[in-house]
Design a binder for this molecule. Structure first.
Ligand SMILES: C[S@@+](CC[C@H](N)C(=O)[O-])C[C@H]1O[C@@H](n2cnc3c(N)ncnc32)[C@H](O)[C@@H]1O
Length: 224
């Protein structure tokens, strides 16, 4: 976490989150563009996705899978389920599954209210997603709930830089960026994880503190 900032001061959007349906509308517009520019993601974020997701096993849930950017980094032995709130993003993810010849199923679903029983998955993964959830702590708790107690939760998140000039630019643009994209780019992923009660097994930061990755244990989550 950036020690100079209180989350709610720096994260201007935290006090007036968009609704799930507004986020859905916003990603309807972005879906094709995100798929077209995926090559940039592969260069910038690909290595962090590979490091965090490359060794998951068994039944795997990709929360807010978007266009399926994570899929290529998963072992081809996994039994994959992807969920996202946006049908347009999921249509692109479906193409991705076919191109990569991966067996998997995709469902339209709100990450904050996952329609799966407790302890359903060996691994729950999610990338660049908590920044868009109206209630990211609720979504993280849901990841903990549906993950088996001996399972693993893996995240690749982005947020507030720990390099002052970059952080200042993010703060200056935070409101406009949120209005354009529904993305809180000054969020503090470590605070969210801690608030959700998930135990950190391992974490790394990269790209001037803007990328934070996690391996989390689900066992400290509050169960309903
Ligand atoms: C920045 S994209 C990231 C997509 C993908 N995980 C990736 O790494 O490329 C954020 C995704 O979160 C999805 N999303 C936002 N709010 C959601 C919610 N409440 N439930 C499920 N998906 C949601 C959006 O539709 C979008 O696909």
């Amino acid at each position: 976490m950036n020690p100079n900032h209180d989350r709610n001061d720096a994260d201007a959007a935290a006090n007036r989150p968009m609704s799930v349906s507004e986020i859905k509308d916003s990603y309807a517009e972005y879906a094709d563009r995100m798929r077209r520019f995926e090559w940039i993601d592969r260069i910038v974020v690909g290595r962090y996705r590979r490091d965090r997701f490359g060794d998951v096993e068994g039944r795997v849930l990709d929360v807010a899978c978007g266009t399926g950017t994570n899929f290529r980094y998963l072992p081809d032995t996994v039994d994959l389920v992807g969920i996202d709130v946006s049908p347009e993003m999921l249509a692109n993810a479906e193409d991705h599954l076919a191109e990569l010849a991966i067996e998997g199923s995709l469902r339209e679903m709100d990450a904050q209210e996952l329609e799966f029983a407790d302890d359903s998955f060996d691994a729950v993964i999610s990338a660049l997603s908590t920044c868009t959830f109206p209630d990211p702590v609720a979504a993280l708790r849901e990841m903990g709930r549906v993950c088996k107690p001996e399972g693993t939760i893996r995240l690749v998140e982005h947020g507030h830089s720990d390099v002052r000039p970059i952080a200042r630019y993010q703060e200056w643009r935070a409101d406009a960026h949120y209005a354009e994209t529904g993305c809180r780019w000054t969020q503090e992923p470590r605070e969210l994880v801690s608030e959700a009660g998930l135990e950190v097994r391992d974490t790394t930061t990269a790209l001037f503190g803007t990328i934070t990755t996690f391996e989390l244990a689900p066992n400290r989550c509050e169960r309903r």
